[in-house]
Design a protein around this ligand. Structure first.
Ligand code: GAP
Length: 457
């Protein structure tokens, strides 16, 4: 069975230890979330796979970990101070605040595309069509005001305009400002790429849908520097690379689609999203953007430092174009949770809840289960010590073996091994497969290579 509401996933996450509401002890802070023991394993596995795919395995690819707090001029140059804005309207009656484009898109269920409208057209549409406030049903809105999404803070002890700095709203700028540092130190030749994973912050007006739209989230961003003229081919290539990466995580291909942007961000010549069909509808999880030479050109102008690349073969100097391949960590986590969750009816009528995570991203790879605690736990703990050097494993000795299988199915552990008398006497263990529920006996000494073949990607 595959029909469920998002609330189901939210509850599972909270009950099983994937994701808890942020600062819950104090009543929470809206739209912030804390990753628990299972969530952090899942997230680390995703980030590791992304890094392996984009930085480790790609030739001419380099990593960076730039500071979150950057010189505020970076955000002037990038256009975020002037253009990273949402069109807001307030309901005059109940004072609820909305994004005008979201109001139109949601009320017309996508039949009208507000992304193609100007500010004036959106105001006119809302008035003429008597669009109602989803909270109080009144149709009396203020005019649109633009609202900048960057979080501001102050550097130093005084709070005045000259001390204002920003929490970064994207990781990309940390890659651009280090373009020449990395090119020089790694003797990199164009085309080459820079990858970065890190936290970003956006003062979203209408956050929601669990971890889909939050005010603090993580991005995995890859910037590919290439020569103008080759950019359009690379753009097509990174569209495909993006889709292949998401599919390689085990996501159901029929629930993925490309969506070209109708309204381009201030930096883009072309942009396309990969969307996943969440329980609440299609939502963006990845973007491919042709950012041209917009960012590097602006950094050259604002910093007054030349950002040109010198081609060592032709002696030609130029500012490269950038193709960006960007991934929201938390949105992909939500996609993986929704995509992996199944309820299956067993022969005895019971419902089995199972997270069919790809083994490479499953929080724990193996559950180690002594059949009888008093008799088999010593051997089981010995196996735990040995396997945990290579895999994240979970040890579970509480309750019947059937209950322990179910618990591990529900958190997505792909393999469970049972330690019994045969293990102690003949070195044989039973390996149970989460998806097929079939069991096989294997020799203890073959266990690590058996698991490596199935898990490591
Ligand atoms: N550097 C380009 C950039 O930041 P974006 O489309 O604004 O582009 C990239 O964001 C990705 O970050 C999106 O594809 C999405 O997965 C994720 N993302 C954006 N806003 C988010 C939010 N408020 N909460 C969670 N993830 C978000």
């Amino acid at each position: 069975m595959k029909e469920f509401e998002l609330d189901k996933i939210v509850n599972i996450c909270k009950q099983s230890g994937f994701i808890f509401p942020g600062s819950e002890l104090y009543g929470g802070l809206a739209n912030t979330w804390d990753y628990g023991p299972l969530g952090i394993e899942l997230k680390n596995n995703l980030k590791r796979l992304w890094w392996k795919t984009f930085v480790q395995e790609r030739i001419n690819s380099y990593g960076v970990d730039a500071a979150i707090l950057m010189n505020p001029k970076v955000w002037e140059a990038s256009g975020h101070v002037s253009s990273f804005e949402d069109p807001l309207m307030d309901c005059k009656k109940c004072k609820m605040r909305y994004r005008a484009d979201n109001l139109i898109n949601e009320i017309t269920k996508g039949a009208v595309n507000a992304d193609q409208m100007t500010e004036a057209e959106m105001e006119q549409y809302i008035k003429e069509n008597n669009v109602k406030c989803p909270n109080c049903q009144s149709s009396d809105f203020t005019n649109i005001r633009q609202f900048n999404l960057m979080f501001k803070t102050n550097r130093g002890v005084t709070e005045d305009k000259s001390n204002t700095i920003y929490l970064r709203p994207e990781t990309a700028q940390g890659e651009y400002v280090n373009f020449l540092n990395i090119q020089r130190t790694m003797r990199a030749k164009i085309p080459f790429g820079i990858g970065q994973i890190g936290k970003v912050f956006r003062n979203e007006v209408t956050p929601g849908n669990f971890i889909f739209r939050t005010i603090e989230f993580e991005q995995m961003e890859y910037q590919f520097f290439c020569k103008k003229g080759t950019d359009e081919n690379y753009y097509e290539e990174f569209k495909k690379i993006g889709l292949e990466f998401i599919k390689s995580l085990g996501v159901e291909a029929t629930k993925l689609r490309f969506k070209d942007h109708d309204k381009l961000a201030h930096y883009a010549k072309a942009a396309v999203d990969i969307e996943y069909l969440f329980p609440f509808g299609w939502g963006e999880i990845n973007g491919t953007h042709n950012r041209t030479d917009f960012d590097l050109n602006n950094h050259a102008n604002y910093s007054k430092k030349n950002q040109e690349y010198l081609d060592p073969e032709t002696n030609e100097k130029y500012i490269p174009y950038v193709i960006e391949s960007t991934y929201g960590v938390d949105r992909i986590i939500l996609c993986l949770l929704c995509d992996s969750y199944y309820e299956e009816q067993l022969e005895n009528g019971e419902i089995r809840e199972v997270m069919k995570f790809h083994p490479a991203i499953a929080p724990y790879k193996v559950a180690i289960l002594p059949l009888i605690k008093k008799v088999h736990s010593e051997k089981a703990l010995e196996i735990y010590q040995s396997l945990s050097k290579t895999f994240s494993v979970i040890y579970d000795e509480a309750g019947s073996i059937g209950k322990r299988y179910r618990r591990n199915d529900a958190i997505g552990t792909p393999y469970a091994i049972t330690i019994d008398d045969e293990t102690i006497k003949d070195g044989l263990i039973t390996v149970r497969n989460r998806d097929t529920m079939l069991q096989e006996k294997i020799n203890l000494q073959d266990l690590e290579s058996y698991l490596s073949n199935k898990i490591i990607r």
